[in-house]
Design a protein around this ligand. Structure first.
Ligand code: GUN
Length: 295
């Protein structure tokens, strides 16, 4: 069996096309232009690539973007003040502080400063709480993108055993909370494995849907996957660079080995990554609509 490739780039462009129409409608009907503020601290090359890509996507969709680049020596107080200014700015509907932040800044205090109504990353504890109890808030972008990938590629989630490897606050923990909800596009049985799980393969081999978010290249090998499983690879490990200086990415899944076992698999790049940005745009448009009561 050779697995069907779940084309995240294609599905993300469908989502973005839908959003482009919605952005046009909001402008025509309400003179409303969704706005996203991005804040980048320091000069981590990968973070620069991500943030630039978010800004470019805003431009393509007609979303206004406001970017603040800060040196890695910025103080926590200065960063908080910048966020508060964006909180008060009615042209800004979404605020994103790119993570990770330098060690001298308390990440959790920064995330708590963002107005929960503008928290398009879904990292504020209010939105995390809403996600856990199944209320409407902002879902974090990568997990929301994974759910959309599964739904739009017609993978049955209801009753499936989803095994997640990785327990980060950005991917592992939220995707578990999203897929376990008593809601359509969810209702899964969920297992989370992590670095202290004694025999990870024993769990992954039982997965109908296996989500790899470990941060280790090719961690998931063919013998860890059940025949016919759907495999979602969240890994974006930099394993080298091209002559032109572009990063070479490897997923957390040994794609070549696993594609002979799985029923469907996401590639890296071109799987989960493009969905993250599409969901950020979706959350920004949603924030703009909520701000005007036009949802
Ligand atoms: N760093 C890695 N992933 C993310 C993300 O989804 N949002 C933000 N703000 N930073 C990140």
């Amino acid at each position: 069996m050779t697995a069907r490739i779940i084309d995240g780039k294609h599905i993300a462009s469908q989502v973005k096309q839908e959003l482009e129409g919605e952005v046009r409608r909001l402008k025509e009907k309400f003179n409303l232009v969704p706005g996203l503020a991005t804040i980048l601290v320091g000069d981590d090359p990968a973070s620069h690539v991500y943030v630039n890509s978010k800004i470019r996507t805003c431009e393509k969709l007609g979303i206004a973007s406001f970017h603040k680049q800060l040196g890695s020596d910025v103080t926590e107080a200065e960063l908080i003040e910048i966020i508060q200014r964006f909180n008060a700015d009615s042209a800004v509907h979404g605020i994103l502080v790119q993570l990770p932040l330098p060690g001298h800044i308390d990440e959790s205090r920064i995330l708590m400063t963002i107005d929960p109504g503008k928290d398009v990353d879904g990292f504020h504890p209010i939105n995390v709480g809403k996600m856990v109890v199944g209320d409407t808030g902002f879902l974090p972008c990568t997990p929301a993108g994974i759910q959309q990938l599964l739904i739009r590629s017609k993978v049955s989630i209801e009753g499936a055993h989803v095994v997640i490897v990785g327990r980060s606050n950005i991917v592992g923990k939220p995707i578990a909370n999203i897929l376990v909800q008593k809601q359509s596009g969810a209702n899964a049985t969920v297992t989370i494995c992590h670095s202290r799980t004694p025999d990870i393969a024993e769990h992954t081999r039982r997965a109908d849907i296996l989500i790899a978010a470990i941060g280790k290249p090719k961690f998931i090998q063919a013998e860890m996957v059940k025949k016919g499983a759907v495999v979602i690879d969240v890994g974006t490990n930099r394993v080298g660079s091209t002559k032109e200086g572009k990063s070479i990415l490897a997923g957390d899944v040994d794609f070549d080995g696993v594609q002979d076992i799985a029923a469907a698999i996401t590639p890296v790049p071109g799987g989960v990554g493009p969905m993250t940005i599409a969901m950020l745009m979706l959350n920004t448009v949603k924030a703009a609509k909520l701000s005007q009561g036009t949802v």
